[in-house]
Structures are given as C-alpha cells and as structure tokens.
Ligand binder design. Structure first.
Ligand code: F6P
Length: 548
C-alpha cells in the first residue's frame, strides 16, 4: 500500500500545502474571525457526544481541503480498513494491531490468521467480571480469610499509565471501600510508599505485564511477593490468594508462582499503550465494576465506528490528526499541550505521552528510509487551571508556537458552588486570549506607561482546539481515549511510520543489564564504557562501598 505512494513531500497535496502556508501562514485569527462571523460555529464538529471547536486554528477552508486531500493521497482509507481487518500493519514486529477488537461487541467477527478473535476477547472480559465481582463482594478472601481492601497494580508503561489514568478519571464511579494503588517505578520508594500503610492480609497484587519479563515490574513483583509472604507467615500458598497476573506469557506467570487459573490473558496484537481496555484494565474494572467497565468499552467502540465510517471531513480523529500535522510540519511546532479542565483527568497528559510519543517518535518510515519531515510532536500538559499559574506564560508570550487541546465537561461530578462556572470560564478565556491576544493600542488605552507596553502585549494568533463533552462518564472516557488513539494512527499514516513498534526503548534496557552487575559486584570489575559512564559507575560504587 504505502510502498506504491509517492514520498510524502512529493505528494501534490503536500506541495500545495507548502505554497498555501506561505500565503496564509501569517494571517491573524482575529482577521479570520472578523471576515466570517459564523466561523466559531462553522468550524466545529459534533459526533458521538464530543463537540470539537477547531475554529481557533490558523486555517482557512482551503487549508482543510488540502489537508483532507493529503489524507486521501496518503492512503488513509486503506490503512484504516487494514487495521480493522486485522492485517499485520505492525510491520517490524509482524503483528496485527487490533485494540479495536477489545471493544468490539460480542457478535462481531474480526480475524487474525483466519481465527475470529472476538469470542476470546469476551471470554477474558467475562472472567475478569467474575473475578471483579468476587473481590468487590467479599467472596474472594485473602489467605487468612480477610476481605480484600487494597488492590495494588504493579506494571509500567502501558501496563500502568492506562490503568492509573482510567482509575483517576473514573474515581467518581469507584468503590470507595477498595483502595487502589499503582506501583511502576523500579525506584524502591514507589513500592515502599504504596504499601507502607497496607495490611498484607487485605492486599491483592495484580502483576500486569504483557511480556512478564519487564525488569521494573518483575523487580517490584518479587518485592511484593516477599512483602506479602513476610506478612502472611511465609506460606507459599498465600501467593495464590494475593497475586493475580495479567499477561500474554503463561509460562513466565507460572514460573513466578502465580496460578495460571488466576491469570488474565491478552494477545500480541494488543500494543502495550493500547491495552487499557484489555485485561490490563483489571484494576480499573475492580475499582468501577464490570458494568461501568463495559460502558467504557462501549464508548471506545462508538469512537471506533465513527473513525471507521465517518467521511474524513466529519471525522474527529482525522481532523485532530491533520491539524497536528499542519502545525508540526508547516509551522515547525514541536509540541502539543493537552490541557484538561477536569481534575479527574490529571493523569491524562501522562497517559497521552506514551500513546503519542512511543507511537510516532520515529526517524524512519515503514520501509526503513529516513523520514523527510518532523514526526511525532512532544505531548505534554497539566490540568487547568493549575497550568495557568505555571507554564501558560510561555504559551501566551513565549517564542514557541504551542498548539493546545483544551478539554472540558459541561457538568461536574462535584458541583460545588461556583466552582464549575469558574473552571469553564477560565478555559474559554484562555482559548480566547491565545487566539486574539491584546494589542499595544489596547494596552496603552488602559493607561499603561509606554515602557511597560511591550511586556503586556499578547500577540495572539496562538491556535487551540476545544473539546467539550457532557460529563466524564466511563463511556466518555472511552471516546476520548479512542479519539487520541485514532488521531495518533492517522498522523502515523501521513508520516508513513510504523506507529506500533517501540525499538527506541531497547538500547537503554540492554545497557542497564550490562551495568547492573557492575554496580552489584563486591569489587569493581574492569569497566569498558566511555570515560563519563565509567567515572559515574566508579563514583557510585565507591560511595556504596563506603570508600568515597
Ligand atoms: O519499554 C516499553 C514497553 O515495552 C512499553 O511499550 C510497554 O507498555 C511497557 O514497556 C511494559 O511492558 P510489559 O507490559 O511487557 O511489562
């Protein structure tokens, strides 16, 4: 498919966009709005319960036409169909990419290697639901017969960021009798602080690892097992009541000592950063219950269907992706800020960092040739209004162009006095200030002395999207996550990347495996690194042995 396409910068739409950007790139949003009083209503799209206002982008109708042409010339339709069909679009790992199958309805059929995977997906979901009900009802007891009150998810990357983000996002729906904790970092502080006030007899660990070989997770899992056994009289049988596993690797799970009857499986066609709605979501299901979890999957599926079927001009993920490409490649914007005005989404930017950057942080195309243009931008953010009092200064008056995604919900789960009105007023105000700024004349008219005027000018013309949803329900969360998943996919298609591998994480892992025994050796072995690494290792080793 992609191999027969012309290189990205040789595509007619790309070349037209280059010329178009020269014409309209400097145009002011203020002028675009003045020319068309309906712009704020026209450049919007409402679908599957999400209202997207993209009018505050530095685009005209012609920009949209050209970006949509670029999508078509990049073979987006074929790529979408290939993903949903179960083709092995993760070329470098020779795998299908089927997170969409995780939220497909029971009667759907999706084939991988001639085998319908949907029944297995639902069998795991049913097993998760059965287990979740038993823990939540108190039917599942710990080794000493006590009820489980604490659930600790041990995992990292996609086996942590999705679960912790979803738990925080849906906390309102969670069973407050269950305390959820998440341990990811190999820094012992993470485990120590997460467990310091927990009773082993009431604590269930979920060891979440696709591979069940990840150094951090296996180190934390071993410490958890030791902590559990120490607190439960050292009986190995206790492990079966206090540990379950989520993995694709039954052999390693059994080796660790977890009964594979208490293992929840998934498949190699689920990427780590796309695994939130697989069994990796077990902690989420324990917190919010199977019905809410299924409602979340329903939200994912609704967005999947929208992405698969909506014409590109009315397709939320496609529009978001094309706007990202527009700024990344035609305005040299290196980052995207994601700014949820919703405290429950406080971990959403961190979650998006893995989703976006592990997917599209690539320097070669699917064919292995160097990319011709900048690829995945850096995603970052914080909830509003907190960010306003730290980094917004740079977004408003700094020298970098930072496109922003504002996200908010029309109703709050915690409607406390004036809070929600104030929250939303701030978000609307920020997008307005970014777009329209404040001219020197306006500043002067306020009586500002001349010397201070430049400091108080806001150039404006800083683009943003605003996403409004009704309420942060499980379904809404599913829609939001799937929106970004498919946006990332679309960006990857335009850039002709394999968005589903992550070879860039390997080298550091391998080097760490070489350095660990050097740090642990009682006497320093001969070191063969560069002089900087050697010196750092030597210094640490000496301090550790009390020789420094
Ligand atoms: O190091 C990167 C990575 O492979 C991620 O892609 C993945 O989500 C994470 O590690 C955890 O992997 P696992 O679930 O196999 O422990």
């Amino acid at each position: 498919m992609a191999a027969s396409l012309p290189p990205l910068t040789a595509r007619p739409a790309w070349q037209a966009l280059v010329a178009h950007q020269r014409q309209i790139g400097a145009r002011q949003l203020a002028a675009l709005f003045a020319e068309d009083p309906t712009r704020g209503e026209r450049l919007t799209l409402e679908a599957v319960g999400i209202y997207l206002d993209y009018s505050k982008n530095r685009i005209t109708q012609d920009t949209l036409v050209l970006l949509l042409q670029l999508a078509a010339e990049s073979g987006l339709r074929g790529h979408i169909d290939a993903m949903f069909r179960g083709d092995k679009i993760n070329l470098t790992e020779d795998r299908a990419v089927l997170h969409v199958a995780l939220r497909a309805p029971r009667d759907a059929t999706i084939f991988v290697d001639g085998h319908n995977v949907v029944p297995a997906v639902h069998a795991v979901q049913d097993k998760m639901a059965d287990f979740a009900e038993r823990v939540r009802s108190g039917a599942w007891r710990g080794h000493t017969g006590q009820r489980i009150r604490n659930v600790v998810n041990i995992g990292i990357g996609g086996s942590d960021l999705g679960p912790v983000m979803a738990y925080e996002a849906l906390r309102y729906y969670s069973d407050r009798n269950l305390r959820l904790r998440f341990v990811s970092n190999v820094d012992g502080t993470d485990f120590a602080e997460a467990t310091q006030d927990l009773e082993p007899a009431e604590t269930l660990f979920i060891v979440s690892s696709k591979t069940f070989t990840t150094l951090e997770t296996m180190t934390n899992a071993a410490s958890a097992r030791a902590w559990s056994l120490a607190g439960l009289g050292g009986e190995r049988a206790a492990v079966a009541r206090h540990f379950v596993a989520v993995s694709t690797n039954a052999e390693k799970v059994a080796e660790f000592g977890i009964d594979t009857a208490n293992m929840f499986g998934f498949w190699d066609w689920v990427g780590g950063r796309y695994s939130l709605d697989s069994a990796i979501g077990l902690s989420t299901m324990l917190a919010i219950g199977p019905d809410n979890f299924r409602a979340m999957l329903g939200g994912f599926h609704a967005m999947d269907e929208h992405f698969r079927t909506a014409p590109f001009g009315q397709n939320l993920p496609v529009l978001l992706a094309l706007l990202t490409v527009w700024y990344a490649n035609f305005f040299a914007a290196q980052t995207v800020a994601v700014l949820p005005y919703e405290q429950y989404l406080k971990r959403f930017p961190a979650y998006l960092q893995q989703l976006t950057m592990e997917s599209n942080g690539k320097h070669v195309t699917r064919e292995g040739t160097p990319v011709e243009v900048a690829t995945g931008p850096v995603y970052w953010g914080e909830p509003g209004t907190n960010g306003q009092h730290s980094f917004y200064q740079l977004i408003h008056q700094g020298t970098h162009l930072i496109p922003c995604d504002f996200i908010a919900f029309e109703t709050s789960h915690n409607p406390l006095g004036r809070h929600h009105d104030i929250l939303l007023a701030n978000m609307f105000a920020q997008a307005e200030a970014l777009a329209f700024g404040k001219t020197a004349a306006q500043v002067r008219a306020e009586g500002t002395p001349d010397w201070l005027v430049p400091h108080r000018v806001f150039e404006g013309n800083r683009p943003s999207n605003t996403l409004l949803l009704e309420s942060l329900t499980p379904a809404a969360l599913g829609k939001l996550v799937a929106l970004y998943e498919h946006s990332v996919f679309t960006q990857g298609v335009i850039w002709n990347l394999d968005s589903f591998d992550q070879w860039g994480v390997e080298l550091g892992k391998v080097l760490a495996q070489r350095i660990i025994p050097e740090l642990e050796a009682p006497t320093l072995p001969p070191l063969g690194h560069d002089s900087s690494t050697n010196a750092l290792i030597r210094r640490y080793h000496q301090k550790k042995r009390g020789q420094g």
